[in-house]
Design a protein around this ligand. Structure first.
Ligand SMILES: CC(C)(COP(=O)(O)OP(=O)(O)OC[C@H]1O[C@@H](n2cnc3c(N)ncnc32)[C@H](O)[C@@H]1OP(=O)(O)O)[C@@H](O)C(=O)NCCC(=O)NCCS
Length: 274
């Protein structure tokens, strides 16, 4: 697809989605309703955009509930194994490898799919997944919810991550900072490790902003735990609203909660108004 037709296609999709807004409002209550889902996913199933160079045949579309296992398989290779940090533990928590995610971690992230606000990059020729972005709504009480969830977890790798997110929520305090009512938060961004550095991550973030607008969100946020995702947000002009340095993220005994290798030194929270 050439650049002009891509732009036209993108424009038409967004225009048609705008007409669906009244229906989309119902979705909060009726998100499992087949009609609304097929209208939404039907539109975003089409190619929204394409890039030049090697990634010219890559399209970005909304992740459907049926993609669940496919997304999980992708994340196990290209996200969980490649996260910029591992939880620092005194014992082998859960008796699993440090890079292996807890089931609750996977379940939480994958549950974002049902909101219709998650995106995947697909190679149109091979139909392979080459990128995934998971995002969902968060409310003004997100920090409290994360705290409760972490307390229920006990001492697990997932609880350490939840506590990091909780602190990022409290410190960035985006509802108050921006005076907004609806915030879309990205919890996962991952690109196939064989084709990183080709702007696929940037495209996923850009498309998230467009998708967020169609859902009437006012702000998009993300906690960048990686130096590269942080660099990406900065390049896109998003505002850095908080930083948590890993060497300062310690438990009550002063022990590090996570281990990260340079260039990954902190978790930066970014926000962009829609
Ligand atoms: C973070 C990530 C999604 C970026 O995706 P991407 O498609 O490579 O991003 P972009 O191509 O838009 O690049 C953003 C910048 O980071 C650089 N970059 C990204 N990954 C890189 C890597 N592994 N090594 C070196 N540079 C890298 C790019 O070169 C680019 O910088 P530049 O413009 O100066 O060249 C990808 O590196 C990834 O999947 N990492 C593992 C999972 C992860 O850490 N996710 C983020 C958690 S918040």
């Amino acid at each position: 697809m050439c650049a002009t037709s891509t732009l036209l296609c993108s424009h038409l999709v967004i225009q048609k989605i705008s007409l669906l807004r009244p229906l989309l409002h119902w979705r909060k209550y009726e998100h499992r309703h087949g009609l609304i889902q097929s209208l939404l996913y039907g539109h975003f199933n089409r190619s929204i955009s394409t890039t030049q160079q090697k990634a010219k045949d890559i399209c970005i579309r909304v992740i459907k509930p049926a993609d669940r296992q496919r997304v999980l398989d992708f994340l196990r290779i290209h996200f969980y194994c490649d996260k910029p940090y591992v939880v620092a533990t005194t014992a082998n928590i859960n008796n699993t490898a440090l890079t292996e995610p807890d089931k609750a971690d996977e379940d939480y992230n994958i549950s974002k799919i049902e909101h219709g606000t998650c995106l995947m990059a697909v190679d149109q020729q091979s139909q392979a997944t080459v990128g995934v972005l998971l995002a969902g709504p968060k409310g003004p009480n997100e920090a409290e919810l994360l705290s409760i969830r972490a307390a229920k977890e006990g001492l697990t790798k997932w609880s350490v991550i939840l506590k990091l997110w909780e602190r990022a929520e409290r410190e960035s305090n985006v509802y108050k900072r921006y005076g907004v009512q609806r915030v879309l938060h990205c919890t996962v961004l991952a690109v196939d490790r064989n084709i990183r550095g080709k702007r696929i991550g940037a495209r996923l973030f850009n498309e998230l902003q467009e998708l967020g607008k169609t859902w009437n969100y006012e702000l998009v946020t993300v906690d960048c735990t990686s130096y590269y995702s942080s660099k990406l947000c900065k390049q896109l002009g998003w505002e850095c609203v908080n930083e948590i340095y890993y060497n300062e993220y310690v438990n009550e005994n002063g022990h590090a909660m996570v281990n990260a290798k340079p260039p990954h030194v902190c978790c930066r929270t970014y926000a962009v108004r829609l």
